[in-house]
Structure formats: C-alpha cells, structure tokens
Ligand binder design. Structure first.
Ligand SMILES: *Cc1c(COP(=O)(O)O)cnc(C)c1O
Length: 411
C-alpha cells in the first residue's frame, strides 16, 4: 500500500499525544529526528531556568538550599523518573553522569558478589559502558575481568563465575532491543546480577524494571527526558539491594548526615548513599521540567506512537528511496527502540546534506545514519517531509558536494 501525506495528516489529527507538541520550543524550519541524542527545549524549562537563576540563586542565595528545596532535587527528580521506568520513587536518584553511575553501580555489584570475577557485556556496546568497566577492572588490579559476548551468545556466556551482566537495553547504533526480563532471569539463574543502561529507553519505552526483576540501572537525562545538554543522569538500585549495596565514590552527599561533618564516612540509608558531591542545581531544575511533561503523558501511548513512527519511517524510505539504503535496525517494532538506522557508505555526507536542509538526524561511524522518533513533539507528517528531502538528496547527488565531506568534532 502506498503511503500518502494525507494519510499521515489523518494520523496527526487523531493523535492523543498531539497537544504535547505545543509544550516544546521547537525551532522553525527544522525537522528534528535527533531527540534520542539531545532532546528539545521544553518551554517550561526556559521559565524554570530563569526563576532558578534570578530568584533562587540571585535573591535567595544560600538560603535556597532549604527554602527552594535544592537539597531534595536529586531524590525528587529521581522519584519522578521512577514512574517512567517501572521503579518505586525511593529506588531512583539523579546524580553525576551515566558514565560515573556505571562505575559506581558496577563496583557496588562486585562488592555484593565476592568470589565472582567476571563482568559480562556485549561487543559494540556504547563505548563509555565498556570503557568504565575496563577502568574499574584495571583499578582493581586484575581481580575482575571484563568479557563480552554477542547477543545470541549471552545465555551461554552466563556462567557461574559471572558477577554482573551489564547491557544497554536499546542499542545506540542499531536500535535493537534486548529482552530485559528474559536476560535478567537467565542472569539470576546463575547467580549473576544485572545492570541495565536505559539511556535509549527512559522516556521512549514502557520500561518496567521491577517487573523484569532488574538489580541496577542507569540512564541519561538529556536524551528522551529533555533535560538539556549535559543534564545529570539517573541511577536505580532495587530496594532489596539497598541495605547491602555500597558504592566507592563515598562523597559527603551520600553520607548519613552530611552536615554533621564527621571524619568517618557512614553511608546514608537507602538510595541517597549513591550520591557523591553537591548536586548541579540549575541542571536538575531544568531536568525536572522535562521529566514532568513526560510524566503527564502515558508511557504506553508513547511506546505505541514510537513504534508506529518507526514502522512508517522504514516504509517511507522503501517507498521513496528505493534501495539506496541498507537497514541496520530490526524491522519488527517489538524488537526495536525508538530510533532507526540506515546504512550507506556516504552516510556522513548524506547526513550533512540533510542537516543543511533543516532535517536533523546524526551519524554514527562507520556508516550509520540515525533517526530518532520522539512521540511527544514529532508529527507523522514530519516523517513524510524528512524522507522526501532524503530521497531528493539521493536523486540529485547533492551530498557529493565538497562542503558535506569534512567531519566535525561531534557527529
Ligand atoms: C548516551 C549514552 C551514554 C552517555 O553517557 P555520559 O556519561 O552521559 O556521556 C552512556 N551509555 C549509553 C548507552 C548512551 O547511549
């Protein structure tokens, strides 16, 4: 069946999420298919940043730690994120970056698993996930080993010396989604714990950490949660581990009583012990607004629209671009997160040509053109218009121009 633009207009008219688009400050003349890398600016975030800077900081000064509730921001925003990922409010806190949280929670998991020396992940996982594990293993002087196994080989690689399985639920490049409940159960069957990276899941999928029995999780604030560039990250520790799990970055904000100024570190009860230093108040304030919008939408509806957008995008590329591209992502929506990657040997130049026309996706070496679908502010017709540009660029060969060939620092 041929898809028409009119069909997509009808889908937009009937879309229960359509009103959310107005809550975002979208630049005119841009079709933004990169909210999986950096979410757009919520209008409420702008107002909140102004208030946080001018009133809370400018006028309230240090009094705002109490009066404006700054000190509670990490647990308050964490509690709101918990509602999006199937966790209880006291199982999630916002702190540091995803990279740092991986280090903290992988170390915490190892401490719970004396005698086990393997951390298992997959080759081609997001680099920082592997790098942080490598750094941790090196720091521990060879006491642990990082091993990787391709997705199909993970069940067999789960042997009874595995301490921890660290996987990213939705792969950053391919969009392929792991079965979190199944792999968690397999890990538990051999006594291993699990740490799930939800960077491409939180705010995009109806994640249910507790239904899956997950032990630990981390994720990004600046992707689907629209927390702004460099927004702090979140971490999850299942309540059953909170008494025993301790992390090595034992900074004063994770102390049981930071303002007692004790010489001796004593971890806070519960999730707060996973804090390290002073929270980034301005960034947390903005993130709170991004998360609040998401919390008013229904994650089931978001997932449903995300799957439809991904299916439509694939169908439109086939309809308008012939066989110009390979498909890196799974065709079946239930095996995919909220982005689709195409392959082409001139992928970088093609993406630059698209961006020059105001269609923004991104490029992941060596050959992936990545397009993210953010159901709260993307319309079905946007996909039509984006793919029409892509088809035109391929037909005219516009991407071969010199100006599209030079790589920038950030792709
Ligand atoms: C984006 C992303 C990160 C980012 O980590 P930072 O510490 O915020 O730079 C980590 N892991 C995955 C899987 C990601 O997609």
């Amino acid at each position: 069946m041929t898809i028409t633009r009119a069909m997509l207009e009808t889908l937009d008219r009937d879309d229960p999420l359509a009103p959310f688009r107005d809550e975002f400050d979208l630049p005119p003349d841009v079709l933004y298919l990169d909210g999986n890398s950096l979410g757009v600016l919520p209008k409420a975030a702008k107002a909140r940043m102004t208030r946080a800077v001018e009133q809370e900081w400018g006028r309230g000064l240090i009094r705002s730690w109490n009066d404006a509730g700054w000190i509670d921001l990490p647990s308050r925003v964490g509690g709101a994120i918990a509602g999006l990922i199937g966790a209880a409010p006291d199982e999630v806190i916002v702190a540091d970056s995803t990279s740092v949280n991986i280090f903290k929670l992988a170390a915490a998991a190892l401490r719970l698993q004396p005698g086990r020396r393997i951390i298992l992940s997959e080759p081609g996982n997001f680099p920082t996930d592997l790098y942080m594990l490598q750094g941790l293993a090196e720091f521990l002087g060879g006491a642990v080993e990082v091993r990787t196994a391709a997705p199909a080989d993970i069940p067999a690689a789960l042997t009874d010396d595995v301490a921890l399985l660290l996987l990213t639920q939705v792969h950053y490049k391919t969009g392929r989604m792991h079965d979190m409940a199944d792999l968690t159960a397999r890990a538990h069957a051999v006594g291993a714990l699990t740490l799930w990276d939800l960077s491409h899941s939180a705010g995009a999928l109806d994640v249910d950490l507790n239904a899956a029995g997950a032990d630990f999780a981390v994720g990004c604030g600046y992707k689907y949660l629209n927390g702004g560039p460099g927004a702090p990250a979140f971490l999850f520790v299942a309540r059953r581990h909170q008494g025993a799990a301790t992390q090595p970055l034992s900074g004063w904000m994770g102390h049981a009583a930071p303002f007692d100024f004790d010489d001796r570190y004593r971890p806070a009860d519960g999730i707060r012990r996973h804090l390290c230093g002073t929270p980034p108040v301005l960034a947390l304030s903005v993130l709170e607004e991004g998360v609040a919008i998401m919390a008013r939408a229904d994650m089931g509806r978001i997932r449903e629209k995300s799957c439809r957008l991904g299916d439509l995008f694939i169908a439109l590329v086939e309809q308008m671009c012939g066989d110009s591209f390979g498909f890196i992502s799974p065709r079946e929506a239930d095996r995919r997160g909220s982005h689709v990657s195409l392959s082409h040997s001139d992928g970088y130049a093609i993406m630059q040509a698209l961006i020059a026309r105001g269609v923004i996706g991104d490029f992941r070496a060596p050959d992936a053109l990545r397009f993210g679908f953010t159901p709260l502010y993307l319309r079905h017709v946007d996909l039509w218009d984006a793919v029409a540009h892509l088809a035109d660029i391929m037909r005219t060969g516009e991407y071969r121009q010199d100006r599209f060939q030079t790589k920038a620092a950030v792709t």
